[in-house]
Design a protein around this ligand. Structure first.
Ligand code: FAD
Ligand code: DLZ
Ligand code: SF4
Length: 516
């Protein structure tokens, strides 16, 4: 019998991950496995699969170069059982270890499976906390339980105090306030150029993976062309430095802006690396704070960026582990529509959706406001079934893991949790998209019109949404204005808007669930 078998999953690619701590290279082995089940439990974007497999292979090679014995199972290895549980069982049976050591996973379905491993395998299984985060699910729960309301803003304040990020010597927030969000809502003027993009040329390992993924998963939504993700911690670090150097100074001001044909603007594209373990969020926040301290980036940018990671990222993870598994079943607005086919094809005359979905097909990436206020807003207004929307988001983005995807979709975007995570639905008409982007200038629809054939569909859909949910929204002070506006419209106008929206929705083609 050998020492410990340390199982490292595809989003745990950090040398400091808990399961690798106290590793004894003389006795222990590390197991990593590419498995069909993880690539297809939803049919992930090929770029996501290629990123994960290539990053796994590079990580395994780094461990081996450090003298660690790695059992690395490739997707096409004979005998590959196709599941993580199956590969662990196979490795245990082949050479029984004293114990198995693993870090808790990022998805409930796998955590649920892990709970059965010890009994199934007949060896002790130690599941360690994932301390690559600032909080544990336990500490979040202890903070949240018993509070009258669980809000990101108060969570973030206590995280700032606890970690000391952007706090002055007297214990007050730098700049006199915790959030500079109101400064961070500017549209981007045409003359402001976006920063250069950080790209990594695929090496031989990545090229081999790209061929494998093209052959096995080329039929999934999205394209592999132009794959330029970092797949090692070293290259992810270079991506971070590139972002700090070129984009962070403008991150705040243009955080909510969108521009036709411009996928990144001042965003970092670092979630894909942090979520897989190639970058440590503490280090990312420290680098951002140092950029402010040196005068390279303004406070509204650095605070805005740190808030996304120290605040939102931790908050949604806390909500996920606290409320699962029931959270995934919530549907407070009773939404049951299927997903329009254009989410999978990008074929629609609505330019904002066509651009953001087309970019998603090409990049496996869209920035937050595209996710929330374009694709998400449409799904909310149209009343699409939350489970179908969740599946789409989990499929299409390279940074998608359920711990972060589900609360953002279920809570922030669809209000399916009834206001547990967000104080109000992020519902918006075409006016918002027109203000924050240049999309409407390229569109055959007019964001200022409501009922004509060329009227922006978001407008009638918005009032259809307020109208059909008015009983639920009336008690919400943050929705008082639209509800009052609806009351003042008069029944004829409301009926005309309802009819216009329904005609539009009825004319759409809808995807068969499971067809993509
Ligand atoms: P930047 O704009 O550069 O932001 C910096 C970092 O802040 C991100 O890398 C991310 O780690 C963090 N962050 C920002 N906003 C959030 C947020 N709301 N929740 C958690 N972390 C945040 N993020 C994911 O990592 N995976 C997902 O599957 C995912 N699905 C989403 C689905 C919807 C409907 C919405 C509205 C948001 C989703 N987000 C998700 C959050 C956010 O949109 C992405 O983290 C961000 O767009 C990633 O791009 P970036 O790295 O360029 O982020
Ligand atoms: C996303 C992903 C994919 C596509 N493939 C694998 C894999 O073959 N092997 C693996 O260990 N992990 C993979 N992952 C990441 C897992 O899906 C992730 O660990 C779980 O979703 C938990 O967060
Ligand atoms: Fe989108 Fe409406 Fe603007 Fe067209 S007019 S881009 S559909 S918001």
């Amino acid at each position: 019998m050998t020492g410990a078998l340390r199982f490292v999953l595809g989003d745990q690619l950090s040398h400091a991950v808990a399961s690798l701590r106290d590793l004894d290279p003389a006795r222990d082995r590390v197991l990593m496995a590419e498995v069909l089940g993880e690539a297809t439990y939803v049919r992930h974007h090929p770029k996501k699969i290629a990123f994960v497999f290539s990053a796994m292979r590079h990580f395994a090679a780094e461990l081996a170069a450090n003298g660690v014995t790695v059992i690395y199972v490739r997707l096409d290895d004979p005998g590959n059982t196709g599941s993580l549980s199956g590969e662990l069982a196979r490795a245990v049976a082949a050479d029984p270890p004293e114990r198995v050591v693993v870090t808790e996973p990022g998805e409930w379905r796998l955590w649920d499976a892990m709970r059965g491993w010890e009994a199934e395998l007949g060896v002790p299984v130690e599941v360690r906390d994932d301390d690559r985060f600032f909080t544990t699910p336990r500490s979040f729960r202890a903070w949240a339980e018993g509070r009258k309301s669980v809000r990101m803003a108060s969570f973030y304040q206590q995280m700032r105090k606890r970690t000391g990020f952007l706090m002055d010597a007297a214990g007050a927030p730098e700049g006199g306030k915790y959030s500079f969000d109101p400064d961070n809502r500017e549209p981007i003027p045409g003359e402001v150029a976006s920063p250069p993009r950080h790209t990594v040329e695929p090496d031989a390992v990545t090229r081999e993976v790209l061929d494998l993924v093209a052959a096995r998963f080329g039929h999934h939504f999205g394209t592999l062309d132009g794959f330029d993700f970092a797949v090692t911690a070293g290259d992810a670090e270079a991506a971070l430095e590139h972002f700090i150097q070129h984009a962070l100074p403008g991150f705040g001001t243009y955080q909510d802006a969108m521009r036709h044909g411009d996928p990144l603007l001042f965003h970092s594209r670092l979630a894909v690396y942090m979520n897989a373990g190639l970058l440590d969020p503490r280090h990312v926040c420290r680098r951002a704070q140092a950029a402010w301290e040196s005068g390279h980036a303004p406070l509204n940018a650095v605070e805005g960026f740190i808030r996304q990671i120290l605040g939102w990222r931790e908050f949604v993870r806390g909500i996920y582990w606290w409320r699962m598994p029931a959270y995934a079943e919530t549907n407070a607005l009773d939404a049951h529509r299927r997903l329009p086919e254009f989410y999978w094809t990008g074929e629609t005359d609505m330019v904002c959706l066509r651009d953001a979905i087309g970019q998603t097909q090409r990049e496996a990436y869209a920035h937050h406001i595209q996710r929330l206020m374009v694709m998400g807003n449409f799904a909310l207004l149209a009343g699409v079934e939350p489970a179908l929307v969740n599946e789409w988001y989990l499929v299409v983005y390279a940074d998608a893991y359920e711990w972060v995807e589900l609360p953002n979709v279920q809570g922030m975007t669809l209000f399916a949790d009834g206001g547990f995570l967000a104080t109000k639905p992020y519902a918006a008409s075409g006016k918002y998209i027109d203000r924050m982007s240049d999309y409407c200038r390229h569109c055959r629809y007019d964001p200022k019109k409501q009922l004509t054939d060329d009227a922006c569909p978001f407008n009638a859909l918005y009032w259809h949404f307020i109208d059909r949910n008015q009983a639920r929204l009336r008690g919400n002070p943050r929705m008082a204005f639209p509800v009052k506006t609806l009351d003042r419209m008069g029944p004829d106008k409301v009926a005309a808007l309802r009819e216009h929206a329904e005609r539009f929705l009825n004319a759409l083609t809808y995807a068969e669930p499971g067809a993509w």
